[in-house]
Design a protein around this ligand. Structure first.
Ligand SMILES: *Cc1c(COP(=O)(O)O)cnc(C)c1O
Length: 330
């Protein structure tokens, strides 16, 4: 299948490790793919999507990147890092209700030289695209050509980062001599899932791709993924042959909402860190891995021998407020 060209930014392939102690605990082989190790400043899943999106920006002759996200957006920080490396300008439109500490992803975004613009949650929800377009005009008046990357780089072009990641996994299955019955990823804006699903179907792989959403709900993301697959079809020049009900998105682990942690999630992250020596993040992977373990216990994955969880990063999401939530745990 023909896919668009991309930059080389991430440390690939990321390793796949068997979680020995967790596997023993659950009675099934659980593996983790360390996409938290795609790099330091660029840690996490967003850089794979940026490899494709920013190639498109360069092809269009752009010298500035504009993107958006929450105050602690991993995607915004990764964009700022890549922009600096490539000598491009970056502008981050961040959602904030005020009173945020200068730390985590927000701090690194600043350190990496991004021009940061705050918007209120309402402005973000209703008019972030208009705001980014206005900034494009403002930059054009100064002689710059800006490229807008939507939230999470979850558009058709960005999703190819995880198309390529799924192909990487298929190659690693051969090397490791293991077949993953399930590949499980966190769903936050849908691009990671869409890319994995597209390549999985495109290659007729027998393993299934599951997503666990950490905001909104499963129906919202199925609609979103259908839209992303349509966009991807525009690049591959093929119609992916699939059915909407093959989109396996497991709902029920949003908890108190986006970036809000419940006691049981934090306790789980603490338990998992001591069990495997791996730190999950409170916003994405902590909730999804908690969900995966709960679903394994419930029997959702009873037909599986080998399950692969994608650690999509998020270490800088351990802000002071997230760390303080641990004070309760003793
Ligand atoms: C953005 C993000 C996700 C979700 O990926 P999407 O492609 O937005 O669904 C998962 N984990 C981490 C750490 C992220 O930053």
């Amino acid at each position: 299948m023909r896919i668009p060209g991309s930059l080389v930014l991430a440390n690939l392939p990321t390793s796949i490790e068997r979680l020995g102690r967790l596997s023993e605990e659950l009675g099934v082989n659980v593996f983790v793919k360390r996409d938290d190790q795609t790099g330091s400043e660029i840690t996490g899943n967003k850089v794979r999507k940026l490899e494709f999106a920013i190639q498109e920006a360069l092809d269009q002759g752009c010298d500035y990147l504009i993107t958006c996200g929450g105050i602690q957006s991993n995607h915004a920080r990764a964009t700022a890092a890549v922009a600096a490396k490539l000598g491009l300008g970056s502008c981050l439109v961040l959602r904030s209700s005020g009173g945020d500490n200068l730390e985590g992803n927000f701090f690194f975004g600043k350190l990496l030289g991004a021009d940061i613009r705050f918007v209120t949650p309402v402005e973000y929800r209703e008019s972030r695209m208009d705001i980014m377009k206005e900034i494009t005009e403002e930059l054009a008046a100064k002689g710059h050509r800006a490229y807008i990357i939507p939230e999470g780089a979850s558009n058709g072009i960005g999703s190819f980062g995880y198309f390529k990641a799924l192909e990487e996994i298929l190659g690693q299955e051969k090397e490791l001599d293991v077949k993953f019955d399930a590949v499980v990823a966190t769903v936050g804006s849908g691009g990671t899932y869409a890319g994995l699903f597209y390549a999985n179907k495109g290659h007729n792989n027998s393993g299934k791709v599951y997503g666990i959403n950490i905001c909104d709900d499963a129906e919202y993301f199925k609609d979103k993924v259908v839209g992303l697959i349509d966009e991807m079809n525009g690049y591959t020049g093929q119609e992916l042959n699939y059915n909407r009900n093959e989109l396996n998105i497991i709902d029920g682990y949003v908890g108190d909402g986006y970036a809000l942690s419940r006691h049981e999630e934090l306790e789980f992250i603490h338990w998992f860190a001591r069990l495997e020596g791996i730190i999950l993040d409170p916003v994405y992977t902590g909730k999804a891995m908690y969900g995966l373990v709960e679903e394994i216990k419930k029997g959702t994955f009873k037909d599986c021998t080998n399950i692969l969880f994608l650690h999509t990063g998020g270490i800088f999401g351990w802000t002071e407020s997230a760390r303080l939530a641990f004070a309760d745990l003793g």
